[in-house]
Design a protein around this ligand. Structure first.
Ligand code: NAD
Length: 273
């Protein structure tokens, strides 16, 4: 996909952060937009901003943790717009808790959104993307889909799984010579609401994770969106967002599993501050 002009783009989790920035960037580049979020008020606000930029846009309340809702959404978007070219499975949540602290309910909540939301979002739209003759799937993993980190076991599990799923799909599309590009995105820290909205275990009950995250996350959502869309145009298999993501990926490739000897102690120091 060399240009987004007149392409129909679907973005989940577009009420905030990276998803909102992607919607706005796509609007500026002439795409037609079907954007959704579990928080309808927020995605309506994003839609108003996209419309002000001159984009044709429809917004939807969608919980990506609900399989039937995603399939119904795919059919509705295809019907309303007549085609679908780009799907960005972006909606995501975080849980900050050790494996011991993590409840099954929180683990399942995260997997339903960060894992199943991406799988269903891909599979529901794939026939429409193929039919468009110029389709692309973008699945948002994380740098935590490349390295494991304490208190992120559920998030790591989902984001590693998204990477595996997406890399397999990309090869299948190539073998089939299907007109569908596939990219997996690995952001480092992007200054969004994700940490503030995160669920947390008992050891973090009195910590403001949002404040800590603000210090660590260097990339703005707008910059992240620009990097992601440039990567899509080049049909990149892996799109790294931010110098931190590139550095951590380099570290795990050079050190192999020994990266854990660096990340673990660095995390421990961070916990004490
Ligand atoms: N911010 C970062 O540092 C960072 C780093 C790596 C990966 N990511 C990933 O980027 C994606 C976007 O996150 P963000 O940082 O913009 O966070 P954010 O919290 O600002 O935005 C996430 C959006 O997803 C929506 N959402 C949550 N649950 C949903 C559900 N069940 N159905 C539909 N929408 C739902 C939220 O309402 C919110 O609008 C996520 O997949 C996240 O894991 C973020």
């Amino acid at each position: 996909m060399k240009s987004f002009k007149d392409k129909v783009a679907v973005v989940t989790g577009a009420g905030s952060g990276i998803g909102q920035a992607l919607a706005l960037a796509l609007a500026r580049q002439g795409a037609e937009l079907a954007i959704s979020d579990i928080h309808e008020h927020n995605v309506a606000e994003t839609a108003a901003q996209c419309a002000a930029l001159g984009a044709k846009v429809q917004h939807f309340r969608l919980d990506v943790g609900k399989r039937e809702a995603i399939y119904a959404h795919a059919d509705e978007v295809a019907k309303n717009f007549g085609r679908v070219n780009l799907v960005i499975n972006n909606a995501g949540v975080a849980v900050n808790a050790t494996v011991r602290e993590l409840s099954d309910a929180d683990f399942e909540w995260l997997m339903d959104i960060n894992f199943w939301g991406v799988i269903h979002g891909t599979r529901a739209f794939l026939p429409h993307l193929t039919a468009s003759g110029d389709g692309h799937v973008v699945n948002i993993s994380s740098i935590f889909g490349m390295i494991g980190v304490p208190k992120q076991s559920a998030y790591n599990a989902a984001k590693f799984a998204v990477r595996g799923f997406t890399e397999a799909l990309r090869q299948e599309m190539m073998i089939e010579r299907a007109p569908v590009g596939v990219s997996c995105v690995h952001p480092g820290g992007v200054r969004t609401n994700i940490a503030k909205a995160a669920r947390k275990g008992a050891s973090d009950a009195n910590r403001d994770l949002g404040v800590l995250f603000e210090k660590l996350a260097k990339t703005t959502p707008a910059k992240a969106a620009d990097i992601i869309l440039a990567g899509v145009k080049r049909n990149e298999a892996r799109i790294f967002v931010g110098a931190d993501a590139k550095l951590l990926d380099f570290m795990q490739r050079v050190l192999g599993s020994a990266y854990q000897k660096i990340i673990g102690p660095a995390f421990e120091r961070q916990e004490r501050t």
